[in-house]
Ligand binder design. Structure first.
Ligand code: PLP
Length: 358
């Protein structure tokens, strides 16, 4: 079967197999990795290797710290203003979908949120054009959502925002193509789409930003403390960190982000071609230049066919195609671990379904 879940999402089969084998007994430790101390030599090696591999995969410059944290992307949306904005300072948010609104909701208690631009009035079917953004002088940062997982709207490259740090939620598109990390002040991503299992979150932060005073906060909410303690301020999610490391290693072995960029472009094109060529039987309303390569939401002309589409696709081994409840319809999430063969099977199923019910 092919699993099109938006997250937690499908993992590469070799990763699952290796994790299964090593779950029972970790090399010659006579214990499972989940039973070993996070401060022991075995786990430290796993953690350091995962960081080194992630740095290589994403070409992360040395002046950026990489943190492995808990709390998901949502917790980072609250910690970002706490760490990088002074009390009462403004921060700019650009909204291109649901998750930008979540970021605003989490930030509001800590920062003077300014909506620099939003495509909500148009149903989040586009990125607000850069020339229409109103940036606030003296803002602590500009926040964007690189890929909107529900609305299927994706930035192509980093927008120009001048000196102010660009903070980007890359939860659903990290490692899907090469990016220039130096264009961003902070990149954060929950792991459960492209990086591995849920329960661990990656924060990539330019080190000079860690010098910012921010706001009064407990140690555990302080990125500086996490950086100083190499993400071991408290007990980290060791198993998740290990599986993340396996997933990153798998991506390197497959050819790295350049190779995934090629595969992902082909995969997305296959689905958009079926949708656009269906004469309206299927539709995706996102502006073509802003369409996501990771999450392809689509609607059937007749909503009455939704149930049948889901039942038949599931029977054909094409899982989790139901759209997010906020939007309805269908959604195919096609992250790095989704093989081209899975997308081809879905495209064929969609054509066949239309032939039978169109
Ligand atoms: N941001 C984006 C773009 C997401 O897709 C998600 C989850 O799907 C989140 C944030 C929330 O992440 P988490 O559940 O890890 O807090």
């Amino acid at each position: 079967a092919f699993n099109f879940s938006a997250g937690p999402a499908t993992l590469p089969e070799p990763v699952l197999r290796q994790a299964q084998a090593e779950m029972l007994e970790w090399r010659d430790a006579r214990a499972s990795l989940v039973e070993l101390s996070h401060r022991g030599a075995e786990f430290i090696e796993v953690a350091q290797q995962a960081e080194a591999d992630l740095r290589r995969l994403l070409s992360i410059p040395a002046d950026y710290a990489v943190l492995f944290l808990q709390g998901g992307a949502t917790a980072q949306q609250a910690l970002i203003p706490l760490n990088f904005a002074e009390p009462g300072q403004a921060a700019d948010y650009v909204l291109s979908g649901h998750w930008g609104k979540t970021a605003v909701k989490q930030a509001r208690p800590y920062v003077d949120v300014r909506i620099a631009a939003s495509s909500e009035a148009g149903g989040f079917r586009d990125i607000p054009p850069r020339e229409a953004w109103t940036l606030t002088p003296g803002a602590a940062y500009v926040h964007i959502t690189a890929n909107e997982t529900i609305h299927g709207v994706e930035f192509r490259g980093a927008p120009e925002v001048g000196e102010v740090p660009l903070v980007a939620d890359f939860s659903s598109s990290i490692a899907s193509e090469p990016i220039d990390v130096s264009r961003y002040g902070v990149i954060y991503a929950g792991a459960q789409k492209n990086l591995g299992p849920v329960g661990i979150t990656v924060v990539i932060v330019r080190r000079d930003l860690l010098e910012r005073a921010g706001q009064p906060r407990a140690d555990i909410f302080d990125y500086r403390s996490h950086a100083r303690s190499e993400s071991m301020l408290n007990t980290p999610p060791t198993w998740n960190w290990y599986v993340l490391g396996l997933t990153v290693k798998w991506m390197l072995d497959e050819g790295g982000v350049e190779e995934f960029a090629r595969r992902n472009a082909r995969k997305a094109a296959m689905l958009y071609e079926v949708i656009d060529g269906s004469g309206g039987f299927y539709r995706n309303e996102v502006a073509p230049h802003a369409r996501s390569r990771m999450n392809v939401p689509f609607f059937l002309r007749e909503e009455a066919l939704d149930k049948l589409f889901l039942a038949e696709s599931k029977a054909a081994g094409l899982l989790a195609l139901k759209g997010h409840r906020a939007l309805g319809g269908m959604r195919a999430s096609i992250y790095n671990a989704m093989p081209e063969e899975g997308v081809r099977a879905l495209a064929e199923f969609m054509r066949d379904f239309q032939r039978r019910h169109g």
